[in-house]
Design a protein around this ligand. Structure first.
Ligand SMILES: Cc1cc2nc3c(=O)[nH]c(=O)nc-3n(C[C@H](O)[C@H](O)[C@H](O)COP(=O)(O)OP(=O)(O)OC[C@H]3O[C@@H](n4cnc5c(N)ncnc54)[C@H](O)[C@@H]3O)c2cc1C
Length: 306
């Protein structure tokens, strides 16, 4: 297979299990780490093939299936995608920068992006997923996003153009986000430091954050009316429905529903992606039987079953 002469690294059949938080998954048929944005644009404009493009952050929201991904997986690394810089009153971040680093740097500058402190992904993944917690979301602070399309063209879009919703965005198919610009509220740096310390403590108490997991498995079903009346909408918590279905602590193969937080799946004993996905599907089935509610996956499942 002929690849364009890029400056970054290209490899074939690169195992993704070491790169995902769940530590499962087969190989990427093609794996590309561009040196910088020019390299990425050059690769995408000159490499026309029938494989889709799959941008990859740090795999903190993914189950990569055991048969791998038949795609060009693109991972942004290195200094040219990791910058965090003040531009006037805004903060511009490379899409490879870790959310936690962005929150810490923002706080040093007196800007409140503290909700990113406990999210273990990258800025590219956070924009794509409209990540959020503690009542704040990327949508609240995003001003503009830069991406490179499947054809290698650079585009700058206003935040409104990507239509961010609950764990949802309209990023063009195959496009790779390279930068996000935020307008964050100003706050005292010391207060932000304390706020993030408290958030970390709370997270460590309530979530299995040091285990092999991918965060919330299912979205919270919102807008659900338990009485059938449209004026009686309430937000249901996925973990509560899972508890009510008796699934907390349930095990399948090497996969387990966390005892600490029942909306988290964990890879406790060398689980396969199959174990984890099957357990998730079983949770959905049990919740549907118990409460009549169909949980929707929040974890993105990609690739081929073995
Ligand atoms: C312990 C734990 C706690 C978590 N807590 C939270 C939380 O509080 N709130 C929350 O929202 N999430 C949470 N998550 C889930 C996860 O961290 C977020 O969804 C995160 O935004 C995913 O980022 P990532 O870089 O790992 O993306 P990945 O998991 O690698 O990919 C996720 C999606 O983003 C796309 N993507 C990644 N990078 C790019 C890019 N550069 N351009 C275009 N698309 C891209 C991928 O194609 C994929 O569709 C948690 C996960 C864990 C493991």
């Amino acid at each position: 297979m002929d690849f364009p002469p890029v400056k970054g690294n290209i490899s074939l059949n690169r195992g993704l299990n070491e790169l995902t938080w769940l530590r499962v998954g087969g190989p990427a048929r093609t794996f590309f780490q561009p040196r910088d944005k020019l390299d990425l644009k050059y690769f995408l404009s000159s490499y026309q093939c029938d494989q889709p493009i799959f941008p990859f952050g740090v795999g903190s929201n993914l189950i990569v299936r055991d048969g791998g991904i038949n795609a060009v997986v693109i991972k942004l690394g290195g200094a040219s995608f990791n910058y965090i810089e003040k531009r006037g009153k805004f903060l511009a971040c490379g899409a490879g920068a870790l959310d936690s680093r962005v929150a810490i740097r923002a706080a040093e500058l007196g800007l409140d992006l503290s909700f990113l402190r406990t999210i273990p992904g990258t800025i590219g993944g956070a924009v794509s997923m409209n990540a959020g917690c503690y009542g704040s979301y990327i949508k609240d602070v995003l001003v503009e996003v830069t991406l490179v399309t499947r054809d290698g063209l650079e585009m700058r879009l206003d935040a409104s153009e990507i239509k961010l919703g609950y764990r949802f965005s309209c990023i063009p198919e195959g496009a790779v986000i390279t930068e996000a610009v935020f307008d964050a509220p100003s706050r005292d740096a010391g207060c932000l430091k304390n706020k993030m310390k408290n958030q970390l403590e709370t997270r460590n108490k309530t979530q299995p954050a040091t285990e092999r997991t991918a965060g919330s498995t299912f979205k919270n079903p919102s807008g659900f009316s338990s009485t059938g009346r449209p004026d009686d909408l309430n937000e249901m918590k996925a973990w509560k429905l899972i508890d009510e279905a008796g699934m907390r602590g349930f095990e399948l193969g090497g996969a387990k529903v966390s005892e600490k937080h029942s909306n988290f799946l964990i890879n406790q004993k060398n689980a396969t992606a199959f174990d984890l996905e099957e357990l998730g599907n079983l949770m959905r089935k049990k919740v549907l039987q118990k409460s009549g509610i169909e949980l929707q996956w929040e974890i993105i499942r990609v690739g081929i079953k073995k």
